[in-house]
Design a protein around this ligand. Structure first.
Ligand SMILES: NC(=O)C1=CN([C@@H]2O[C@H](COP(=O)(O)OP(=O)(O)OC[C@H]3O[C@@H](n4cnc5c(N)ncnc54)[C@H](O)[C@@H]3O)[C@@H](O)[C@H]2O)C=CC1
Ligand SMILES: O=C(CO)COP(=O)(O)O
Length: 336
């Protein structure tokens, strides 16, 4: 009999908790790290995460701790499920605690502000590990549906296909179907850009606009992600897969999406401050719209929807004015 795979999941928020459940259901031994002792205690004593999923019973294979060293001990996979902008600081503390051969897994869908780096790049830099030790899980995976064990597919990406296959096996359950990919760049860009487009669609929904607008934003948003991906060496086909179109459709259709909901509130006329005040969880696109726009500029790629979201979210441009400007851009062929 082989020993169970051990996973340390850093982050007891929505996706960390839900993915811990997936790993435990797939047979892994899971230690969930969180900052707050009372939440760790609640997970251990009630087998629920009352702050994020009250009433949802967590599998017995999950244990929680606030001690990062304890979580890291013996981990085959170190799964990172915290906000993208805090990764660099957090990982600097955790990386020295990890076993030398642990694979670091990013669940995060953001781009670092200031450096415009993808999460796997930050991980490689901070933990000083080669690309073959870093994997990404992405796709249409709204955490609330995952903890209800509703069927979903995902992509597990690593430059080393054998590592992607190991992680695939570690998180494959009857309700969670991971596919492998070696296109880490495409998978990460798909996840980061969809959050920005989710904001745009939410804004349009909040303004009372209909499905033609939504279909147009999703499709042109996908074109933006694909253009950026091509410029950065990604496989364009990744964007028509789960990490691209799949996640765009889920995020842009769902009231469960924090990015979509954030945009809807802005589109209804709430200010940025009011919207932030009512948003209890991480809406990555709010910060990452700026870093995605930065990345696009660095690569000379035109991303007008992304730029429009930056204008609305960070420069207070009224959504109606921004939309009119977007529609008034010079005419061009669909493909170029
Ligand atoms: N919730 C979802 O459905 C999905 C989320 N994601 C991605 O997963 C990542 C995490 O998102 P969620 O779990 O949803 O967010 P969340 O807001 O539900 O949880 C974030 C967790 O990080 C912790 N945290 C916040 N600031 C921290 C800091 N400075 N140091 C250490 N821990 C800190 C919080 O206490 C919380 O436990 C994001 O990049 C998101 O895009 C990806 C797929 C699905
Ligand atoms: O990434 C997600 C679904 O795949 C979650 O979307 P939100 O972060 O917008 O909630």
């Amino acid at each position: 009999m082989t020993a169970p795979v051990k996973a340390a999941v850093f982050g007891t928020g929505s996706w960390g908790t839900a993915f811990a459940m997936v790993l435990a259901d797939a047979g892994c031994e899971v230690v969930l790290w969180g900052r707050r002792q009372e939440l760790a205690d609640a997970v251990n004593t009630t087998r629920t995460n009352p702050d994020y999923f009250p009433g949802v019973e967590l599998p017995a294979g999950i244990r929680a701790t606030t001690d990062a060293a304890e979580a890291a001990r013996g981990a085959d996979f170190a799964v990172l499920a915290i906000p993208s902008q805090t990764l660099r600081g957090n990982l600097a503390e955790w990386a020295p605690l990890l076993p030398p051969d642990a694979v670091l897994v990013s669940l995060m869908k953001g781009i670092e502000l200031g450096t415009a780096k993808r999460m796997s790049e930050v991980i490689e830099e901070v933990a000083k590990v080669p690309p073959a030790r870093v994997a990404v899980v992405t796709g249409p995976n709204l955490a609330r549906e995952i903890v209800a064990r509703q069927p979903a597919a995902a992509v597990v990406a690593c430059s080393d296909e054998a590592v992607a296959q190991r992680l695939q096996a570690a998180c494959h359950t009857p309700y969670f179907r991971p596919y492998t990919s070696t296109d880490v760049i495409g998978c990460e860009l798909g996840g980061a850009v969809k959050n920005v487009i989710g904001l745009a669609v939410g804004i349009a929904d909040g303004m009372g606009l209909g499905d033609n607008t939504k279909g147009s934003l999703i499709t042109r948003g996908l074109a933006e992600a694909t253009r950026l991906g091509l410029a950065m060496g990604a496989d364009p086909l990744t964007f028509s897969g789960l990490a691209g179109l799949g996640d765009l459709v889920a995020t842009c259709s769902s009231p469960l999406s924090r990015n979509h909901t954030f945009g809807t509130n802005l589109g209804r006329g709430m200010t940025l401050e009011e919207t932030i005040a009512v948003t209890k969880q991480t809406a990555e696109g709010v910060k990452s719209c700026e870093s995605v726009a930065d990345l696009a500029r660095r690569h000379g790629v035109d991303m007008p929807i992304t730029e429009t979201v930056v204008e609305i979210v960070h420069h207070g441009k009224p959504p109606l004015v921004a939309l009119k400007e977007l529609m008034a851009r010079s005419a061009k062929p669909e493909r170029r």
